[in-house]
Design a binder for this molecule. Structure first.
Ligand code: HXC
Length: 536
């Protein structure tokens, strides 16, 4: 090639000119049409969804998120599957809506499965959309919320569907203890999808449409011959009362999503943030005379511990987890003087407030959640002990009780124990006693900390003496009096520093508020091990 030669474009063969660009107006119109098609969805399927009393994915996001805050991601993503007629069935988008928005002004990431597209079933595109928002939730330190309504793994996409689920579970676990994860079940949620709810911190279910099981009624019948309905196998009632899988059960989608918002308002965005504080209520100087009336001084008389919780927390308002499962222990999120706390309390109304397998599991998981997310623990104790019996031993009460013990021992958040009445034996130790690391232990004058109640104790210790006594009944009464005088009062523990103060019951709210303020800057050294081996 000589110098100064000018390169000319090759001459175009006739009839093959480059295509003319469409005008901006046309491009924008096409974009708008595509969006409209996606937003409108399939009319017939939407009507069917409504007829089932269910909202569409987008209607649900409108209820969940602050108005106008939703930023959608991957709207145009759709399945790339081949075979089984999938080339011919290509809806304009896939069966899940993903993105980000705010709740009471604070950022969250979400997905909402869309049952109107392939029954909300999860194929590759669907899974990858969820992976993307999970990754963003983790990298931005924001709570993650999944709205589930799905037929499970998309059958036509085979192993790619299963692979997609695996990617969700792995992210659930990576996110565990880093960002709060909330799973909301608003329709079917079968097979693999059920595991994602179990890996989340909280599971909401709507009574009626929600169905949660690993294998549905058809498979159950084929394998075991047992005929069982969807509701009996995995309805909200079953999981809210028997299995403990549902943390919250609601009658309708509206109240359910409203409570998700309430929950999020009490949680930090991630493990490096503190939970959002509300303004102080002057709780440090707030006597509550009702507290002296609610709790009868006789150790075996029942009362509703919820009434005590309501007197201690701000505005009498608290969000109770597992309201109808393991009711013998109460776990609730609330505020005290504006500060978010996790309340763990024995409930004398149910099984006399004993600890059993279910109560230990429920409280252990809650304690670990609070500890992971910097939520101080307030433990209200009135416990006769662990539930005795072969059923409990065979069900592994030793393992499960150890779980609760482990959870408390490990917790580094501020921990305040308040012993209202009785605290006997191992249950006293487990319910956040000073010996396992409570920062502050307060006792009411009604308090009895002891290895066991007076009757049992006297029978064991003075068996021989009673057998030999001239007047066994009279001697027994004397010994009971002695035992009670010596041991069964809070001053035995207070004189030895096992409780830090004996308080007037009416000052419980103020004492806890002052304790929380005192402990606010508590720091704990980082653990020097890979991880402990919590008894699971
Ligand atoms: C593909 C599915 C589907 C699925 C439903 N659809 N489930 N498409 N894969 N898994 C489609 C239906 O073909 C139908 O499409 C539309 O969604 C609505 O479904 P219907 O059956 O008409 O709805 P309904 O009567 O309300 O029943 C809902 C249902 C039922 C109970 C969820 O569809 C069902 O049993 N689906 C299969 C559930 C299942 O076994 N999934 C696999 C789980 S195992 P058209 O085109 O007719 O509208 C699993 C493994 C993961 O998930 C394991 C990971 C560890």
């Amino acid at each position: 090639g000589g110098r100064g030669r000018i390169l000319q474009p090759a001459p175009q063969p006739r009839g093959q000119e480059p295509p003319r660009r469409r005008s901006m107006r046309l491009l924008r119109e096409e974009h708008e049409n595509r969006r409209e098609e996606i937003l409108a969805g399939d009319r017939k399927a939407v009507d069917r969804q409504h007829a089932l009393g269910k909202r569409t994915a987008r209607e649900r996001l409108d209820l969940l998120l602050d108005e106008g805050s939703f930023v959608e991601i991957d709207m145009f993503r759709r399945h790339q599957a081949h075979g089984l007629g999938m080339e011919k069935r290509r809806p304009a988008t896939d069966g899940v809506v993903t993105g980000s928005g705010t709740i009471h002004g604070r950022r969250v990431f979400v997905y909402a499965q869309d049952f109107t597209i392939f029954g909300g079933s999860l194929g590759e595109a669907h899974a990858r959309k969820i992976h993307k928002v999970m990754d963003l939730a983790i990298s931005t330190g924001s709570p993650f919320i999944g709205l589930n309504d799905s037929g499970g793994a998309r059958i036509q996409e085979g192993a790619l569907s299963l692979n997609g689920y695996g990617g969700i579970f792995r992210r659930n676990v990576q996110a565990s203890g880093v960002i709060p994860q909330i799973s909301v079940v608003l329709g079917p949620c079968a097979g693999g999808a059920a595991y994602s709810t179990a890996l989340a911190d909280f599971t909401f279910m709507v009574d009626g449409p929600a169905q949660l099981y690993l294998t549905g009624p058809d498979v159950v019948e084929a394998v075991t011959g047992q005929r069982i309905s969807h509701a009996e196998l995995g309805g909200a009632q079953v999981h809210g009362t028997r299995s403990g899988v549902a943390t919250f059960v609601h009658d309708d989608e509206e109240s359910c999503l409203e409570d998700v918002r309430y929950l999020v308002s009490m949680l930090p965005g991630n493990n490096l943030e503190l939970p959002p504080r509300a303004p102080s209520r002057g709780a440090a100087d707030d006597p509550r005379p009702r507290l002296a009336e609610i709790v009868p001084p006789e150790p075996n008389k029942p009362y509703d511990m919820r009434d005590v919780v309501a007197e201690v927390v701000d505005d009498g308002e608290f969000l109770e987890l597992h309201e109808n499962w393991a009711g013998n222990v109460i776990c609730a999120l609330a505020r005290i003087d504006g500060e978010v706390v996790g309340v763990v309390a024995n409930q004398p109304l149910v099984l006399a407030g004993v600890l059993d397998v279910a109560a230990s599991q429920k409280a252990a998981r809650f304690v670990r959640f609070c500890d992971a997310f910097s939520i101080p623990l307030v433990t209200l104790v009135d416990v006769p002990g662990f539930l005795p019996g072969a059923d409990q031993e065979y069900a592994g009460i030793i393992r499960h009780g150890a779980k609760l013990l482990y959870a408390y021992c490990e917790a580094t958040v501020p921990r305040i124990q308040v012993i209202l009445r009785k605290a006997y034996g191992g249950a006293y130790i487990v319910m956040d006693s000073r010996s396992i690391g409570a920062d502050l232990s307060l006792a009411w004058p009604t308090n009895e900390i002891a290895v066991m109640g007076a009757e049992g104790a006297v029978n064991v210790v003075y068996r021989k003496e009673l057998a030999a006594a001239a007047d066994p009944a009279g001697r027994r009464a004397e010994l009971l009096d002695d035992y009670t005088e010596e041991l069964v009062h809070p001053y035995y523990a207070a004189e030895r520093g096992l409780v830090d103060d004996v308080i007037d019951p009416v000052h419980t709210r103020s004492a806890v508020a002052r304790g929380l303020a005192m402990l606010r800057d508590k720091r704990a050294p980082a653990a020097q091990r890979k991880h402990g081996n919590v008894p699971l």
